[in-house]
Design a protein around this ligand. Structure first.
Ligand SMILES: C[S@@+](CC[C@H](N)C(=O)[O-])C[C@H]1O[C@@H](n2cnc3c(N)ncnc32)[C@H](O)[C@@H]1O
Length: 340
């Protein structure tokens, strides 16, 4: 029979209390003390968020083509057959013809998988780091998927809210469901600041000028008609507050988005590296032409802190007061907003 020493405070318990008290992950029972044995039972680690694999069908097809190319070449190399097909007049060296496209597809598929798993999270941090955050912003993520940008933004908020809209297409993103987004938000500890809604980006279910920051990553290109993409950008412009910011990261149509944003009263800057864009365009034979755009709606707001801003504006008022007694006026004013 083991002798159990009287319960007393032990340095391991202090350590545990210091490191996991708030999340309720550690309790006295996790530390078992006997005279001979000090054992700290570690709490199960919170699972990492899973932002899904982009375009899973495309990746599967790339791996398939790679497998066919490499198998054809490999079986020829192993001497199982000649690798040549055709008649005595037309002969095609199938093994070598399929090898290079196969290798190309393999590299592309591996890169797309790596980017979905790790690259896009790093890129998100760099992109969101381009904005100045007060913590009080109302953020919208257009085509949020499993919450990559949405949750990245929510992590920068204190009193603000991040809203994601999507139509949850599984061909665009593996495991694409609103529950998966909310689960990721919980895993990142921001569930209280995140909301998701089912909505089409061409018709956003929000009033005019309600968001301070609008982000969208790898989503708008999924609209195949230029007119639909213009509608989505116009909707972004409509729900953006004056002085608000738009951050768009997409794999093509960057110039088109920039033109539509400008037509909707935004000033636009390209923030992608020109060399990176050219390299990917060449390597993918023009199929990917990634662009990152940062835009802000003209009519700038000076945000002093999370609850106070002043926004200057200039108006030309026709027939002030409707009396025709006062001439038209050019008015320089300022809107002051206090949130409480
Ligand atoms: C490649 S996923 C990117 C998801 C997420 N932004 C990310 O970076 O992980 C593209 C997303 O756009 C969404 N989407 C496609 N067409 C849409 C539409 N018309 N309205 C809203 N979302 C759409 C898809 O459902 C999908 O979640």
């Amino acid at each position: 029979m083991k002798y159990l020493a009287p319960q007393r405070r032990h340095p391991l318990r202090d350590f545990a209390d210091r490191h996991w008290p708030a999340r309720g992950q550690c309790s006295a029972s996790m530390i078992q003390m006997t005279t001979r044995e000090y054992r700290l039972t570690m709490p199960a680690a919170t699972p990492r968020p899973d932002y899904g694999i982009d375009a899973p069908g495309v990746i599967r097809n790339l791996f398939l083509v790679a497998a066919i190319g490499l198998l054809t070449w490999g079986t020829t190399f192993a001497g199982l057959w000649s690798g040549i097909v055709g008649t005595s007049n037309v002969r095609i060296d199938l093994a070598h013809t399929l090898l290079w496209p196969g290798l190309g597809c393999l590299i592309m598929a591996v890169w797309m998988t790596w980017d979905s798993k790790f690259g896009k999270v790093r890129r998100r941090e760099v992109l969101l780091g381009r904005l100045r955050w007060t913590g009080a912003e109302q953020v919208l993520d257009v085509g949020c998927g499993r919450g990559l940008m949405l949750i990245g933004a929510a992590k920068r908020l204190t009193t603000g809210t991040a809203t994601g809209i999507d139509i949850w297409q599984s061909e665009d993103l593996s495991g694409n469901r609103p529950e998966a987004t909310l689960e990721n938000a919980a895993r990142e500890g921001v569930a209280d600041r995140v909301k998701v809604e089912t909505a089409d980006m061409r018709k956003l279910p929000f009033d005019d000028a309600v968001f301070d920051v609008i982000v969208s990553c790898a989503a708008i290109h999924n609209l195949y008609e230029a007119g639909d993409r213009a509608k989505a950008i116009a909707e972004i412009g409509r729900v953006l507050k004056p002085g608000g910011h738009v951050l768009i990261d997409d794999i093509r149509h960057g110039r088109e988005y920039a033109a539509t944003l400008r037509a909707n009263g935004c000033s636009v800057t390209r923030i992608s590296s020109v060399a990176g864009t050219i390299l990917l365009t060449v390597l993918t034979f023009g199929s990917l032409r990634p662009e990152k755009l940062l835009a802000w709606e003209l009519g700038h707001r000076v945000q002093f802190n999370s609850w106070l801003y002043v926004q200057p504006n200039l108006q030309y008022v026709i027939n002030p007061g409707g009396t025709h007694t006062i001439p038209n006026a050019l008015v320089l004013g300022a809107q002051c907003s206090v949130t409480f």
